[in-house]
Every structure is written in structure tokens, then in C-alpha cells.
Design a protein. Structure first.
Ligand SMILES: *Cc1c(COP(=O)(O)O)cnc(C)c1O
Length: 435
């Protein structure tokens, strides 16, 4: 059935939604005695109701067994990182031995660059998207400097054509071609945090490999949002966080992927710690680092059990729902939001969407550009029970007076958002525009 701009239509879609029951597995903040319209799962996902029991279980285990907790129970802490692997592999499309949960995102980005950015006199450039998330920009800049290069010399940023908001795939591929022999690493976000653009990671990987460079991805806004096939695409490495779409709580742990063709090369340089050492010999406490096979060989420290427990509770939900089913709903749900905004825009473009309109080139987020008084719109939404996100416009060097031009990022999340949520949000936008 084609989309319709009515509440009855939205409610009917919810009734037919096979993922509908998952909404009940999450806590929603309250506004005026009802659930808020929560559209910031791209920033901090909602709390799964199962998180509390998972966390209390480990606290109880600690209270009861103390150090023996490492060896006792169904999920002994010694092995804890392993209990997250099947679900993690499912989320990013990898083999279990290609993934690991450890540390936090920016730390893992550095660890991966230690292995996959080893510039030589002739090959020292990193190609990345312009306006990448700041932490990634700082990580890359500091890595480049640490190897003795000036950022302006070694970092090549790909920008959209003048006057456009998101990148063109052909420009990314052309930049890789152009800097080919000098390129050590092509590093992209999976989904850009500001525009919501989902890059063609398979094509980027192939282009990087065809010029002899590595391809690595920061999947902070992609993991749990879009379908990923890291193994089949042949990506060299990837990293992501767990507190955005993966709903694992503030500061939750990060995941990392290392393709099996590297995971089994002990000679690949890395920064090492005891948890990456061959587990058969880990407690012999001998000299001489001998890495575990696979991504596990990049671990530094023993498992952060309390945060991993919450992460596991959340990942288990993803495995139940499955990524293909989530993505199928997501395309419909975000498509519905786009449809409703277009309806409002019919006579005049009140809300300009800067996210690609091709569903294959975006995840669930739409970024709505407000040229004037944007902050006031955001505050109006907030006063009416919407939790969204305001970012001053700084895209590609643009700037305006604070609170004027900016972007409201809206992420309808298929696990817990409904068609009715989207309908009610659009109704508020419409009412605001009519004032
Ligand atoms: C959210 C996000 C981060 C945050 O990094 P932390 O190390 O988890 O604080 C980094 N990079 C990208 C692309 C992000 O979206």
C-alpha cells in the first residue's frame, strides 16, 4: 500500500509490523505522562529492560564468588569476551574470529591504525570524508603527525561538489584513483554522523585494494543501523561503538573487525597486551608476545565485564530481531518520515532534507536542515515531547550565527520506534510550519 498521511494508516502499519513487540523491551523517558517521541537512537540508544538483570547478575556473581568468578558459572569472566562474538559477527556481517569487543571506539581506531597505517616514503596518504566526526579527524591528524607528516600533506579529504551536501560515490573513487600509489589507507565512516549518508563500502574497499591501499571503516553510525557484510566486502578493518544504535549504555564498549586474511598474520605489527596473547599460554606469564588468531589478537586487557554484560543483553535482542528484518522495517519507517516531510513541503520547501533520498545511500537517520531560527524549531519540538538533536551548521566550512542555520537529526529506530511516532513527529513539524 502506498504511504498515506493519516494516523489511521500509521497505526495500521504498526499493527502489521512483525517487530512491533520489541518496543516493549525498552524503557522510554516520559513527557506529560506518556512516552517521548525518541529519535536519538543515533546518539544514545534506549535502555533495554533486560540490561538491569544482566548487570545485577554480574554484581551478584562478584559478591558471591569474588576472584573465583573468573572460572565459575555459565559465563565465567575469563571467557567473557567470547560470549559476545556470535551476535557481534551477525551485526557486522563477519566471521566470529574476525570480531572482538574491547576498549572504546577512538582507542580502537588508534589500535587499528597502528597496524594498518604504516606510511612509507612513497605511500603515506590517508583518504577520508570531509567533515568526518571530530574524534576521527583528531585521531587521524595525530597519527599522521606521529609519523612525522603534516596533516595537510598526508590527509586527503573528499568533499561534495560546491553547493551540495553529501558526497558523490564517483568523487570518492576518483580521489582514490588520483592519489593511488601514494595512498596507504582509505578511512571512511560507514554512515556520516551529520548527513546520514551511507557510503558504498564495498566499492570503496575494492577501489582502495586496486591501488594497493588498505580500507578501514568507522561504523559508529552504521553498526545496528544498516546491513553490513564486512567479510564479503573484504574490508581490512572496522571499529564501532555500542552506545548508539546498539543500545548498550553510555560509554559502552567498542567492537573491532579485522579481516581473516590479516587476523592470522602474527607478523602484522600491533600494540599488544596480555589478553591478545595465545590463551593457552596466557597464564604462564612468559616473555615473548604470541598473538591469538583473529581479531582477538588485538585485545589488550581482560574483559570489562560490567559493561560487556549490558552490551550482551542488548546484542541478544539484535540477534532475535535479525538485521535483515530490522533493515527492512527501517527503510519503510524512514521512507515514511521522508514522505510526510515532502507532503508538508508540497507548496514550499519548509524543511530541507540533506540526507540522500536513495534508501541504499542512507540508514535510518534523516537530517533536516533549518536555514533560519533552527534552534527555535528544535526547542519547540523538545517542549512537545520530542527528543531529537540539534547541530549547528558547520558542514564543509559553512557557518552562521549560533542558533540560526543548523541541522535537526532524526533517527527513527526500527527496534523501538513506530509509524505512529513518525506520524506524530511530522504532525508537530506541520503545525510549527503553519504558525
Ligand atoms: C560517536 C562517534 C565517536 C565517539 O568516539 P568514542 O571514542 O566512543 O567517544 C567517534 N567516531 C564517530 C564516527 C562517532 O560517530
Amino acid at each position: 500500500m502506498p504511504y498515506q498521511p493519516t494516523l489511521a494508516y500509521a497505526q495500521e502499519q504498526d499493527r502489521q509490523d512483525p517487530l512491533r513487540p520489541f518496543r516493549e523491551q525498552f524503557y522510554f523517558p516520559q513527557h506529560d505522562g506518556r512516552d517521548v517521541l525518541y529519535f536519538t537512537g543515533n546518539s544514545l540508544g534506549l535502555q533495554p529492560k533486560s540490561a538491569r538483570a544482566a548487570l545485577l547478575h554480574e554484581l551478584e556473581h562478584w559478591k558471591t564468588h569474588a576472584v573465583e568468578g573468573h572460572f565459575r558459572g555459565e559465563m565465567p569472566w575469563m571467557e567473557y569476551h567470547k560470549f559476545l562474538l556470535p551476535q557481534t559477527a551477525h551485526v557486522v556481517g563477519a566471521k566470529e574470529e574476525e570480531v572482538i569487543v574491547m576498549n572504546t571506539l577512538t582507542t580502537n581506531l588508534h589500535l587499528m591504525m597502528v597496524s594498518f597505517y604504516r606510511p612509507t616514503a612513497g605511500r603515506y596518504k590517508i583518504i577520508m570524508e570531509a567533515s568526518a566526526f571530530p574524534s576521527d579527524q583528531y585521531a587521524v591528524e595525530s597519527q599522521v603527525r606521529w609519523h612525522g607528516y603534516a596533516p595537510g600533506q598526508a590527509i586527503i579529504e573528499v568533499s561534495p561538489p560546491a553547493g551540495e551536501e553529501y558526497l558523490r560515490s564517483e568523487d570518492i573513487l576518483a580521489a582514490i584513483e588520483e592519489h593511488g600509489e601514494e595512498t596507504a589507507l582509505v578511512l571512511f565512516g560507514g554512515v556520516n554522523y551529520f548527513t546520514g549518508q551511507f557510503f558504498d563500502l564495498k566499492a570503496i574497499t575494492e577501489a582502495a585494494h586496486s591501488v594497493g591501499a588498505y580500507a578501514g571503516f568507522d561504523l559508529a553510525h552504521a553498526a545496528g543501523n544498516v546491513l553490513l557484510q564486512l567479510h564479503d566486502w573484504g574490508a581490512d578493518f572496522a571499529v564501532w561503538c555500542s552506545y548508539k544504535y546498539l543500545n548498550s549504555g553510555p560509554g559502552g564498549p567498542s567492537g573491532a573487525f579485522v579481516h581473516e586474511r590479516h587476523g592470522n598474520s602474527p607478523e602484522l605489527p600491533r600494540f599488544a597486551g596480555w589478553w591478545g596473547h595465545d590463551e593457552q599460554e596466557r597464564f604462564l606469564m612468559r616473555k615473548g608476545f604470541k598473538p591469538m588468531k583473529g581479531a582477538a589478537g588485538w585485545q589488550l586487557s581482560n574483559a570489562q565485564v560490567l559493561s560487556f554484560a549490558v552490551h550482551k543483553a542488548s546484542l541478544d535482542i539484535f540477534q532475535q530481531a535479525t538485521m535483515p528484518a530490522l533493515r527492512a522495517k527501517s527503510e519503510k519507517l524512514t521512507g515514511y518520515l521522508e514522505f510526510l516531510i515532502r507532503e508538508i513541503n508540497r507548496e514550499e520547501e519548509r524543511y530541507h532534507i540533506i540526507t540522500p533520498d536513495d534508501p541504499q545511500a542512507r540508514g535510518c537517520q534523516l537530517s533536516i536542515y533549518a536555514p533560519r531560527n533552527g534552534k527555535r524549531l528544535y526547542e519547540y519540538l523538545e517542549a512537545n515531547g520530542v527528543i531529537s538533536d540539534w547541530r549547528e551548521d558547520n558542514l564543509h566550512g559553512r557557518a552562521s550565527a549560533p542558533g540560526q542555520a543548523g541541522v535537526i537529526r532524526v533517527a527513527p529506530v526500527p527496534l523501538y520506534n513506530s509509524f505512529q511516532d513518525v506520524f506524530e513527529f511530522a504532525a508537530l513539524l506541520k503545525r510549527y510550519g503553519n504558525k
